[in-house]
Design a protein around this ligand. Sequence first.
Ligand SMILES: Cc1cc2nc3c(=O)[nH]c(=O)nc-3n(C[C@H](O)[C@H](O)[C@H](O)COP(=O)(O)OP(=O)(O)OC[C@H]3O[C@@H](n4cnc5c(N)ncnc54)[C@H](O)[C@@H]3O)c2cc1C
Length: 418
Amino acid sequence: MAAGTIIIGAGHAGIQAAASLRLEGYDGPIRVLTDEHSLPYHKPPLSKTFLKQPEPRPQLLRAEGFYTSNNITLERGVRVAEIRPDAHRIRLSCGREEPYDKLILATGARPRPLSLPEGGGLQDAQIAALRTVADAEALRAQIAASRSLVIVGAGFIGLELAATLAALGKTVTVTEMSDRVLGRVVAPAVSSHILATLRAAGVTIHLNSGLSMIGPGREHHHEMRLTGGERIEADLLVSSIGVEPDTGLARAAGLNCDNGILVDGLMQTSDSDILAIGDCARFPHQASGRLLRLESVQAATDQARTAAATLCGRVTPYVALPWFWSDIGDQKLQMAGISTGADQQILLPAGQDGAFSVCHFAGSRLLAVDSVNRPADHLLARKMLNAGFSPRPEDVAANRLAEAFATWQSMPAIPADQ
Ligand SMILES: Cc1cc2nc3c(=O)[nH]c(=O)nc-3n(C[C@H](O)[C@H](O)[C@H](O)COP(=O)(O)OP(=O)(O)OC[C@H]3O[C@@H](n4cnc5c(N)ncnc54)[C@H](O)[C@@H]3O)c2cc1C
């Protein structure tokens, strides 16, 4: 009997891969293994609604019956300890071995550890981080017992948390090493807008600021000193300084890794019987010619579809347009495309409600669009980028994107020999 496909990791990528394999007509055994205990669930609500609801439950990726009705074996609470590519076998931490024909690594990412100033006397266990539903449950309990919190890192998750905690009436301070929030991922105008919104909601944000000292304060407080000299006391320290791809198994198995498990456009690793998808995978991004690793639900699910097609013999490289969203309080951020390499940003004028979008250009080529509370712009941006259309900067500045795109679409195609 065929050994079938083993998928390691039951996050957005792993579960979509299992579902897509069945949709592609794959009829071999599918086994999904995860070291988490919960049924597979959506991660985005964990930093948003989950912490606010009185009795939150994880939002399931698929109904419980999905796995049996699709003949997918889901094993929870099991950790894969080793891959032996030559033998086509994996070993679990309990010692059990399983054979595979094909293996999909969907191991995701882990929070980057916060390196604390020397001699602070704070243990790792006293620093909260948020990645899994177990983390979110522990954080809920800690938040309930805390009045004041410091969040280290002003990326998406740190700022979503800051907005959530401020709405819960907590005293929230954010420290960020760089000179703007969300600096790696959005246009400066979006950073400024989010900074102002959070400050207006009562969140204190220190930019250009790291931790220089941390130690016990009065009562059960932690006392922190920032590199700018500020002194903060807080009940709870939350680290949100990004994630590292979970490449441990892949490296030990001899697969090529470099800030992620390296894959080709079909999501195949350096061993063609092993694929990697989602937050752990670094792939060739056709539009920019760069190797990229994305941390988003959409990338995880699109890459899973590609991997399933590859295993079923359909050659359809991963070229889907990356897009991402984040809810920071009542601010809906939506990003389409990848802005790396942009040399100018052009603002689509704000409406009366203050909603706006920013177009990132490299020369005259549109690379990406960031939208704040303008879902219509985001959808239009996805259509334009998918179609390969670049608006003229003057059409952007005059807020004439939709008209310019419609005109371009109505033009007859130029024959290839002209
Ligand atoms: C709090 C939070 C909010 C987010 N908000 C957004 C958002 O608003 N929008 C958005 O697009 N994205 C958001 N993301 C990012 C998004 O959730 C991730 O990009 C996505 O979950 C990646 O899916 P994945 O399947 O690759 O990895 P994961 O979801 O990390 O799944 C990997 C799984 O593999 C398991 N695993 C790893 N190694 C082993 C092993 N050896 N044995 C067994 N199991 C193993 C892990 O425990 C984990 O369960 C958010 C993430 C978090 C944490």
